[in-house]
Write a protein that binds this ligand. Structure first.
Ligand code: GLU
Length: 558
């Protein structure tokens, strides 16, 4: 068959050649070892938490090596597209410090390798599609009149898609072999009749043979050769992911493709296409799915993919819940690199971006997502922030998600900062806050607007004793007392009411006392804060001031 003629028949409007494309997109001039990586999402209006993994790896590989990290929008599946999704995605990632050097950024493309949106690259794909036909590496599969009629022309696209065939399906495979048989006259007749066609690659692989490929995370893999005539162009001329991936990553100079392991089964196909097109393939890193635990029907805990419906799957939720992006990044790094936690413990003042990220330390089997672990990591990070930092970050969060609390924080800035400072600094800081939405619950009692009586003194204490302790304390509380004097007063009050002034005295002779000094402190805590647990009471009282402390004590016994 005259493939040049066939190519001209199928793509009469394509006049540019691969050489023109190479000239338009010259190889990048970067220092030795600089890596070029990309994030290539479909704009579905949703960033999965798992999306932070390939993006973090890509961003790190590029920026650690003085390379380039760019954004390419893969919108060849128009059905999945959501308007405004691109902007939302860019903003969401920027919140986590993932910023692109070039690509489909807000306000238009930035960089010399665009367009960075696949739907705008149609003519480029067609240049290479025509070349593949010329080289006898691709062929058309037409949809006939009968097929169109059978479909009742309801959805031509769906019908052409239905012609896709699947591995392990003998009948389909036979059909594929049939599609390969055609004459130029048939092609001419189809084109004349206006029949649409799908362009498929003509695979030369033998599935009984294996090829060796190196994945930087998984090592050397032996995978069967590809024998599938993958769709390159759909009947509307739009490329498949496979074709667009190969053309784009070649022209845009990607050195490392970091993507989900779900693409591993297509790898042999992609490598074949790189060979057909005479391109050098990039290095690949196939990242394992993010797993979570679930309870199955038999009540057993099992691991499963973190799916869209699972708690914690939508990256945007983390901002709303009040996780500091620094904490989320910290958690992602602990999952990505097994030596990260140890490194950060040794370098607590450094940022995760100072860590030398290593592909070799990545897990092959997949990371287990655990919200409790995220909370632990987060509590640790927040405990190391200054009170001012926590105040500012909480205020910024509250202005967006809890305006009432934001107003209170602003009206009582000094109180809020002081309360957030309790137990901070020092070798063992308090670890109460994982998320900024917890701050309201943590220090809310400090503000009269949010003060509520939440906990009660347990019934086993005599109400008269509780009232006596609280009433007497009104007279003896002095905000100028130092901590020792302050506590001595509570001890004497305990003794006066028949409670042991030391816990150990009580433990020795429990029958001799009504309780111990800790119980008296508890009565006072409940009277002043409305709850049974709170940060250090001496500090809390000092920050509230004598007036408020005495007013709340008096209210309690009213
Ligand atoms: N658009 C593909 C996806 O969203 C990109 C995969 C890749 O990074 O090559 O899964």
């Amino acid at each position: 068959m005259d493939y040049n003629y066939l190519a001209d028949l199928l793509f009469p409007d394509v006049t540019l050649t691969p050489a023109d494309m190479e000239a338009r997109y010259p190889r990048r001039q970067l220092p030795e070892g600089a890596k070029v990586t990309r994030f290539a999402p479909s704009p579905t209006g949703y960033v999965h938490f798992g999306g932070l993994f390939p993006t973090t790896v890509s961003e790190r590989l590029a920026h650690q090596s003085g390379g380039v990290f760019y954004l390419r929008i893969e919108d060849t599946d128009a059905k999945r597209e959501v308007p405004g999704a691109k902007e939302a995605l860019i903003n969401t990632l920027a919140h986590y410090g993932i910023v692109f050097d070039e690509g489909a950024v807000i306000g238009g493309d930035k960089g010399d390798y665009g367009p960075y949106t696949q739907s705008k690259r149609r003519e480029i794909y067609h240049v290479y599609a025509k070349q593949l036909v010329r080289d006898g590496r691709a062929y058309p599969v037409f949809t006939t009149e009968e097929e169109l009629a059978a479909m009742n022309a309801v959805d031509k696209k769906a019908e052409v898609k239905a012609k896709d065939w699947h591995e392990d399906d003998g009948a389909q495979r036979e059909e594929m072999l049939k599609w390969r048989e055609f004459t130029i006259e048939e092609v001419e007749a189809h084109l004349k009749a206006g029949h649409p066609f799908v362009l498929r690659m003509l695979s030369d692989g033998d599935p009984d043979k294996k090829i060796k490929v190196t994945d930087l995370v998984r090592g050397t893999l032996e995978i069967p050769e590809n024998d599938r005539d993958e769709v390159l162009l759909k009947s509307d001329g739009i490329p498949s992911y496979h074709f667009a991936h190969v053309v784009d990553d070649h022209l845009m100079g990607t050195t490392h493709v970091v993507r989900g392991e779900e693409w591993l089964p297509s790898l042999a196909r992609h490598l074949m296409l790189f060979r057909f097109l005479g391109f050098k393939p990039p290095k690949y890193l196939h990242i394992a799915q993010l797993l979570t635990t679930a309870v199955d029907e038999d009540g057993k805990t099992v691991k499963k993919k973190l799916s869209k419906r699972d708690m914690g799957a939508n990256l945007d939720d983390y901002e709303r819940l009040g996780y500091d992006p620094i904490c989320v990044n910290e958690y992602v790094m602990t999952l990505l690199n097994s030596n990260y936690e140890e490194w950060h413990a040794a370098n607590p003042d450094k940022s995760s971006r100072d860590f030398e990220f290593s592909v070799k330390k990545m897990s092959v089997s997949g990371c287990l997502f655990d919200m409790n672990k995220l909370d632990d990591v987060s509590k640790n990070m927040v405990s190391r922030m200054t009170a001012d930092e926590v105040y500012e970050k909480t205020l910024a969060w509250a202005e967006k998600f809890d305006p009432e609390f934001a107003g209170i924080l602003k009206a009582h800035a000094d109180t809020a900062r002081a309360a957030l400072g309790i137990g901070r600094g020092g070798a063992k800081p308090r670890k109460d806050i994982a998320r900024f939405d917890e701050v309201r619950g943590y220090i809310g009692f400090m503000f009269d607007e949010l003060f509520e009586r939440r906990d009660e003194v347990p019934d086993n204490f005599d109400k008269a004793d509780v009232a006596a302790a609280v009433t007497k304390y009104i007279d003896i509380y002095d905000e100028n007392d130092d901590q020792t004097t302050w506590f001595d007063k509570i001890k004497s009050l305990a003794a006066e009411l028949g409670f042991a002034p030391e816990t150990k005295l009580y433990k020795k002779n429990p029958t001799e006392y009504k309780g111990h000094v800790g119980d008296i402190s508890m009565f006072l805590r409940i009277a002043v804060t409305g709850r049974a647990s709170s940060p250090d009471m001496y500090e809390v009282m000092r920050i509230l001031g004598a007036d408020t402390v005495k007013r709340r004590l008096a209210d309690y016994v009213k």
